[in-house]
Design a protein around this ligand. Structure first.
Ligand code: MOS
Length: 746
């Protein structure tokens, strides 16, 4: 019976390197092929015609006029749309969101698809859609968040429970010497990925090939298989590049499915690309919130109670509730804690995950309210936070798997120069007379793990291949995961082929929840260990190998060589092992999954501290963020350049959250009036003069074998609160509503 050597993977030369994106050259030279860049022969163009009312039904469409336009091939309406094998309103699980797929004439929100025009050219399809001239039977719509009637949701999104508490909040508040009661409001935001949702769909009988951006190919396959009644294995998804997703591409959206239906209807390949304004409705958004705090503290600044109540909005027809209360479960030590929710239903598209869903909106509110308490206790905001530093997770009492937040506070404050901050607001001016303010916020995001599989092969020519159906939505996964793959199989990066981005590769789960590197990376690492074990078994059982008998002490794999762990000078190359064994290659498989035991025992989160400087024009109220310093601890850093870039992106989104982004709904029509990048403001370079990210060392022995936490979402938390608190410090005005606009400061 062959013995199996314990494999010790030594950290090789790839993990930890600040490599640039492997596809960078393709992207900057325009050779990276995004979904909409595909033009299979015979392809037609599909354009969505969208509802201009928020509730009711479509009474008529002038299909004849549209079809008589030269170039228009077909108009898909509820009258001729392919019937689906599954009702798109059926909820298989909380992740199955209801889709509008022309199965009836109902209108549930403005911008919902009511028809699809398919034509030889994009221009003809666009013109055809205009000729439909819909009429409606309009019903009164409820679109105003502030005036709708709240109810208690049965469950909260996928991130929280409707009610959570520890200790006695009411007595904690009664006994408090200091009290903060404050309500914070955050605006609705829409995913504005540079690449809109797009699909090129081709049917071959019951086989389907689609080019479409996806953060979760296997979930998309499963949803499509159900809707069309076909085998999941007959759906081939290609998603090599995404121009951003931010959560909106985590699940296949209605318009993407409409592209597949259109291709079936005309029996030709079809391309469907949403226009920018058409993304405001059918692909999800971050719902508005109103969050009320009741916080108690002793006179010395020790918290006695924290109550965080969130009111948010879902659609009239589905359940997604922004889980803003979660941040209060983890951040500050308090003997009494409670989070509760209410929601309203609006005639809007269903909200969805959007970068740090819950944590982003929850954090700006909590960090503001905590800052108010620091002020009321006469304490420096950093001192106050350190005084209430959570040594265990406040809600659960669990120890943290690791928590270098204190280091984040210290390093961030030092780099920023926080120590010279005057306590009183409105006490700093720059030479030009602008009010200067410094504020801070704590960042937090859970360290999640999902399920994934990977495959690895080592060949006798000294090369290897690692396969995983992972997703690069622009965050650098193709680079970071390849680094893990190279070290996992013990080869230099240039000797492996690393494949991802298509659905025929092993299922990598979802690129979401900031868990992709941890999840896919763990599967890759385990596939590497498995292929090395197979290789080691060949050597340690072969008398001709210098590794013979090393089964007890184990082997190390690096640079295409296996070495004895007890004597690294004794080893040989992979090629020698395979050639002598007469093998062309060896293969291994690996999996990743959350560890229930670890989850039971530990609270697992990434943390950070963000420091902001703003300058405010005292006459005009104009606000500029002049400096941002964020220090983050998120376990092992696979590629510092990519990680830094994720933090920058998150922090810049924090600027956006604090000062720019809001969707404005017309109360009469339910339409979003600023559904374009000219009027839906996001930061440009002029809004971001200086952003620094500090990568704080953190070793986590529990989260997963590689010690990786997520970095994709945490940057947006903490930052918006820091900016709002800096605006208070500059002006003395507590902005409890984001985005903070200049009219509220004058
Ligand atoms: Mo993210 S909102 O988990 O893509």
């Amino acid at each position: 019976m062959p013995e199996t050597a314990p494999v010790h993977i030594r950290q090789g030369s790839s993990i930890g390197q600040p490599l640039t994106r492997r596809e960078a050259l393709l992207k900057v030279t325009g050779r990276a092929r995004y979904a909409a860049d595909n033009h299979p022969p015979g392809m037609l163009y599909a354009v969505v015609a969208a509802s201009s009312i928020a509730r009711g039904r479509v009474a008529s469409l002038d299909v004849t006029a549209a079809k008589s336009h030269p170039g228009v091939a077909e108009v898909m309406t509820p009258a001729n749309a392919p019937k689906l094998a599954q009702d798109p309103d059926e909820k298989a699980n909380p992740f199955t969101f209801r889709l509008d797929l022309l199965q009836n004439d109902r209108v549930r929100y403005a911008n919902q698809a009511i028809a699809v025009v398919i034509a030889e050219t994009l221009e003809a399809a666009t013109e055809g859609a205009l000729l439909l001239r819909p009429t409606y039977e309009t019903e009164p719509a409820h679109v105003v968040f502030a005036s709708a009637t709240p109810f208690v949701p049965p469950s909260v999104g996928v991130g929280d429970q409707p009610k959570a508490s520890r200790g006695d909040v009411e007595s904690g508040l009664t006994g408090a010497e200091k009290r903060v009661d404050a309500t914070y409001e955050t605006a609705a935001q829409y995913h504005n990925a540079m690449e809109p949702h797009a699909i090129v769909a081709q049917w071959d009988g019951d086989r389907l090939v689609i080019d479409t951006p996806s953060q979760g190919m296997a979930m998309a396959q499963s949803r499509i298989a159900g809707l069309f009644g076909i085998d999941q294995a007959d759906i081939h998804i290609r998603s090599p590049f995404l121009g951003g997703g931010f959560g909106s591409k985590g699940l296949i959206s209605g318009p993407q499915v409409l592209g597949i239906m259109a291709a079936r209807l005309v029996n030709r390949p079809v391309k469907l690309v949403l226009r920018r304004e058409q993304m405001y409705g059918p692909v999800g958004h971050r719902a508005a919130t109103r969050q009320s705090f009741r916080i108690g503290a002793k006179a010395d600044g020790t918290l006695t109670a924290l109550d965080h109540h969130t009111v948010t909005a879902s659609s009239s027809f589905d359940d997604f509730f922004e889980p803003s209360g979660g941040v209060s479960h983890t951040l500050y030590a308090t003997p009494a804690l409670s989070t509760t929710y209410e929601a309203v239903r609006l005639d809007m598209g269903t909200p969805l995950f959007m970068r740090a869903p819950g944590e982003a909106s929850g954090s700006v509110a909590l960090e503001g309210a905590i800052d108010e308490m620091a002020e009321s206790c006469g304490l420096d905001p950093l001192e106050f936070r350190l005084k209430n530093y959570a040594e265990v997770e406040p809600l659960t009492g669990k120890p943290f798997s690791s928590k270098a937040l204190r280091d984040c506070y210290v390093q961030g404050a030092k780099r920023f120069g926080w120590a010279s901050r005057p306590l009183a607001p409105r006490s700093m001016r720059d030479p030009a007379g602008l009010l200067v303010g410094w504020g801070m916020g704590t960042a937090t995001f859970p360290a999640l793990m999902f399920q994934a599989e990977a495959r690895a092969e080592l060949r006798a020519d000294g090369t290897g291949t690692v396969d995983i159906g992972a997703h690069d939505m622009g965050q650098g996964a193709w680079t970071a995961l390849a680094q893990i793959a190279a070290d996992g199989v013990g080869l230099p990066l240039d000797r492996i082929t690393f494949n991802m981005g298509t659905s025929d590769l092993p299922n990598a789960g979802i690129a979401g929840g900031s868990a992709h590197t941890a999840t896919a990376g763990s599967a890759i690492h385990n596939a590497g260990a498995s292929v090395i074990a197979a290789l080691a078994a060949l050597a340690t059982n072969d008398e001709r190998s210098p590794l013979f008998g090393a089964g007890n002490t184990g082997v190390l794999a690096r640079d295409g060589r296996l070495m004895r762990r007890d004597d690294e000078s004794r080893g040989e190359s992979y090629s020698d092992i395979l050639n002598r064994a007469g093998r062309h290659s060896v293969e291994g498989k690996g999996q990743a999954a959350p560890n229930p035991g670890t989850q039971q025992s530990y609270a697992m989160h990434a943390h950070g501290a963000v420091f902001a400087e703003v300058k405010v024009d005292p006459t005009l109220g104009q606000i500029r963020v002049t400096r941002l310093v964020g220090a983050f601890a998120a376990g092992r850093v696979i590629n510092p350049r990519m990680v830094e870039s994720q933090y920058y992106g998150g922090m810049i989104w924090g600027i956006s959250f604090a000062l720019h982004e809001q969707a404005i709904t017309d109360a009469r029509s339910g339409r979003i009036t600023n559904a374009n990048l000219a009027e839906y403001h996001v930061p440009v370079n002029a809004d971001v003069p200086s952003v620094e990210a500090i990568l704080v060392d953190e070793h986590d022995p529990h989260v997963n074998a590689l010690g990786i936490k997520g970095v994709g979402e945490i940057g947006v938390t903490g930052t918006a609160g820091a900016i709002a608190n800096a605006v208070w410090h500059a002006t003395g005005h507590r902005a409890r509503k984001t985005p903070i606009t200049l009219d509220t400061l004058i």
